[in-house]
Every structure is written in structure tokens, then in C-alpha cells.
Design a protein around this ligand. Structure first.
Ligand SMILES: CSCC[C@H](NC=O)C(=O)O
Ligand SMILES: [Zn+2]
Ligand SMILES: [Zn+2]
Length: 418
């Protein structure tokens, strides 16, 4: 039985859905075949041509109660073959039971664990009270615009009447599972400086390079302050606003390098900022406008990504995770029943598809049941051990039982207030 479950996981890992050209077709076919084998209703939605979404449904006894949505993404990030021990899509399993593949942690494991848990529950004749939906979405790794974002704002999604959503989390090297109730919002900032060009030997104020360096200095100071809060233990990683430089562009190129005695008239830098859910965004916006990229220093700026950390009602898009929330207590108890333990709730440091659901005012947690596992998402030699994978299936069995049996629809006050 378990051997077959591992086999199906490896079959799914064999499908190369890596960017920049993910092949969704075989993944969709594989998932539809799984659904018909297990006995789930299925449909394929295609909001953008060539970017299909698989939606599976296990109908509950009372379809009037808001449903549970289990989401996962089909796409994965690319892998550099020569830096891996094994072929990244061969899903090679070593003597210790480690399964190596791109997507083994992020997040084909979760997709298959959902399905295996349902398969097991069906064989035990369990029947859900609420409707249970599974979405397998494209394009998460490139921002989700053509995947989860379009799905969540569609009439098809409205019809599902989703009351609660589970999506991905992170592996944990320790023995407890990590769980996330919110995430930081990406702001991708490009700052462009202009200034008088001049001889490389001349000291003068207002060159493009100097203008940009001044910005970098101020940004780095902010970065250090935020990082120090994490280093001192005052705040967790997801609770501060991070900023990291991601590119620099300046100079006058020649076929053999750069001109060395010319101060350029333009210079540009890019920053990946991740805004904490409780951050004062107006203040941050002011700092960027007046201090990091002021027009007075001949700087202009633009965002290629700028998401609001608040939900549609202006509240931080953070789901309540204490004993006042049934979703929290049911999750905690289910994990214990399966022989595991939940860690302290955290803010996800990066972005997942769950943010679209939370922004719509629907509560959700990020959770990938992988304990005793190094965090290798997007890394070389991404792997998951067979034992952890199988344990995760039992965890989802308990979660799905508990969540789909929860009788109350009182899902209103499950987003955190300021
Ligand atoms: C602009 S959304 C980007 C989403 C991406 N998610 C996974 O790594 C991330 O960088 O967090
Ligand atoms: Zn992911
Ligand atoms: Zn990822």
C-alpha cells in the first residue's frame, strides 16, 4: 500500500513542470487520472490559454456549509542539472529513503499527500460533511497572476463558497511542523539615478553613481535595523520588513569591459522588499519617496510588484491562529492525533497563493507536513524522505476528517484585527 503511494508520488515528480516553460498538460492528465481512480469529481479551468487549473471535488453531506479548499501549485522552479547528484526529474530514491526531485518539497509532495489522504479516507468509508475542493494551480512560482489570482477572483471560485483554505508552508529541520497564518507582501523596487557625467578623476557632487550610492546607504541602514530585530530575537523573520539588493546596472560598456575613467550619467538598482503584514505602508511609501529615491537627488523609482498587506476590508491579511479559531484548534489536534506536533505560528517570509485567498477575506494557513527535513525549496538536491512523506499523508487524513466534519459555518471573525 505505502509502496504504491510512494510510487505515485515519484510518478508525479517525473513530470517536468519547471519554468520557464512548464509542461502542464501531462500534469493535468496525471491528476485527472488520479481523480477518476479515487472517485472525485473533476474539472479543468483555463483562465489563460495553456495555463490550466485542475479542480477536484469531494461532495459533502451538507453542501450548504462553506467548503474547505486544499490548494497546491503544479509548477516548479528550474533546476541546474549539473549541480544535482541525480537527474532532478528522475525522482531517484537513495538507500536512506530520500527521494530527490525538483518539487519534492515545493510542493508536489503536498498535492499527492492530499490525494493519498482522500484515497485512504474513502477506503475507510469516511464521508465529509462539508464539500472538499482541491485546486492544482499553474504559475505560482512566477507570481500567480495567471493562476491562483485569476481563480480566486472568478465566478467559479465564488460558487465554491470557500470557508477555509490550506496551502503550502515550509519544511522544518526540527521535530515540529511549521505553520503560517500570513505572509509578507512583495514590493519590487527599481531606483534609477541620473547625474552629470564626468572624468573618472574628478571629485564632484551629484553624479548618478553617487546619487544611487546614497540611496543604497540609507536602504542598507533600514535593512540592518530590521535584521537586528531578528538577530536579537525580538521579532521572527516574517515579522520584519526585509529589503535585499537584487541587481545593479551602471557604467559604459566596451567589447572588453567597462570604460574606467568615465563617471556614468545613469545608474540603476533593484530591491526585493518584503513588507510585514503590520507595517505602516504609508510611512514606508513616504520613506521611499522622500529618502530612498527623492527627486531632489535626481532619482526616479518604479515598482514592478507592489502588493497591499491588507485584506479587502483593510485588516492585515493574517488569519487568527489561537484557541478562538476552530481552524487552529482542529489543525493542532489533528496533527497530534497523527503523531506530530505543530510549532509556533509564523508569518511566511515569501509569498504563496494563499495570499489571494486571505486578501479576499477568507482564512487560511500555510502548512507542508515535513519535519526532520532540511529546507531545500528552490535549492539543489531538493529531497524528501519517504517516511516523512508517508507521515504527512496520515496528518492530512486527520486534518481532512476534522475540517470537513466541522459543523459550524461561523467563519466570520477569523481574520486578525489590528
Ligand atoms: C510576486 S509573487 C512571487 C512569488 C514567489 N513565490 C515563491 O517563491 C516569491 O518570490 O515569494
Ligand atoms: Zn511553492
Ligand atoms: Zn517555490
Amino acid at each position: 500500500k505505502e509502496v504504491e503511494a510512494v510510487g505515485r508520488f515519484r510518478d508525479y515528480l517525473n513530470i517536468n513542470t519547471a519554468h520557464p516553460l512548464p509542461d502542464y498538460k501531462p500534469a493535468v492528465e496525471f491528476l485527472l487520472a488520479q481523480a477518476s481512480e479515487i472517485g472525485l469529481d473533476s474539472q479543468v479551468l483555463e483562465f489563460v490559454e495553456g495555463k490550466p487549473l485542475v479542480l477536484l471535488t469531494w461532495t459533502g453531506k451538507d453542501s450548504s456549509i462553506p467548503s474547505i479548499l486544499l490548494n497546491s501549485h503544479m509548477d516548479v522552479v528550474p533546476a541546474e542539472r549539473e549541480k544535482w547528484l541525480h537527474e532532478p526529474f528522475a525522482a531517484v530514491q537513495d538507500a536512506d529513503g530520500n527521494i530527490f526531485a525538483r518539487g519534492s518539497q515545493d510542493m508536489k509532495c503536498v498535492s499527492m499527500q492530499y490525494l493519498e489522504a482522500i484515497r485512504n479516507l474513502k477506503s475507510k468509508n469516511f464521508q465529509p460533511l462539508r464539500n472538499l475542493h482541491l485546486s492544482f494551480v499553474p504559475e505560482e512560482e512566477v507570481g500567480g497572476d495567471d493562476g491562483a489570482a485569476k481563480f480566486v477572483s472568478s465566478p467559479e471560485f465564488q460558487k465554491l463558497n470557500v470557508g477555509f483554505n490550506l496551502d503550502e508552508g515550509l519544511a522544518s529541520p526540527g521535530s515540529t511542523y511549521r505553520v503560517f497564518n500570513g505572509e509578507r507582501s512583495p514590493w519590487w523596487l527599481k531606483i534609477k539615478a541620473t547625474g552629470a557625467p564626468g572624468h573618472g578623476s574628478k571629485l564632484y557632487d551629484g553624479s548618478a553613481f553617487q546619487n544611487l550610492l546614497q540611496s543604497i546607504k540609507l536602504i542598507n541602514k533600514f535593512r540592518e535595523e530590521q535584521f537586528n530585530l531578528v538577530k536579537s530575537g525580538a521579532k521572527a523573520e516574517g515579522e520584519v520588513t526585509s529589503v535585499n539588493g537584487v541587481y545593479l546596472k551602471a557604467g559604459t560598456p566596451t567589447p572588453t569591459g567597462f570604460v574606467m575613467n568615465l563617471q556614468p550619467s545613469e545608474a540603476e538598482a533593484g530591491f526585493d522588499i518584503r513588507v510585514a503584514p503590520w507595517e505602516d505602508v504609508n510611512e514606508l511609501q513616504r520613506v521611499i519617496h522622500e529618502e530612498w529615491a527623492p527627486a531632489s537627488r535626481n532619482l526616479t523609482y518604479a515598482f514592478s510588484q507592489k502588493e497591499n498587506p491588507r485584506d479587502k476590508d483593510g485588516r492585515p491579511a493574517v488569519t487568527v491562529a489561537d484557541d478562538s479559531s476552530p481552524w487552529w484548534t482542529l489543525l493542532k489536534e489533528a496533527v497530534v492525533k497523527a503523531g506530530g506536533e505543530l510549532g509556533k505560528v509564523e508569518i511566511f517570509p515569501a509569498a504563496t497563493d494563499c495570499r489571494f485567498v486571505r486578501h479576499a477575506g477568507i482564512p487560511g494557513f500555510g502548512f507542508s507536513p515535513m519535519a526532520n527535513t532540511p529546507i531545500l525549496l528552490h535549492d539543489h538536491n531538493e529531497f524528501l524522505n519517504e517516511r516523512e512523506y508517508l507521515k504527512g499523508i496520515r496528518v492530512y487524513e486527520e486534518i481532512i476528517k476534522a475540517y470537513t466534519s466541522h459543523p459550524e459555518s461561523g467563519d466570520t471573525e477569523t481574520m486578525a484585527e489590528l
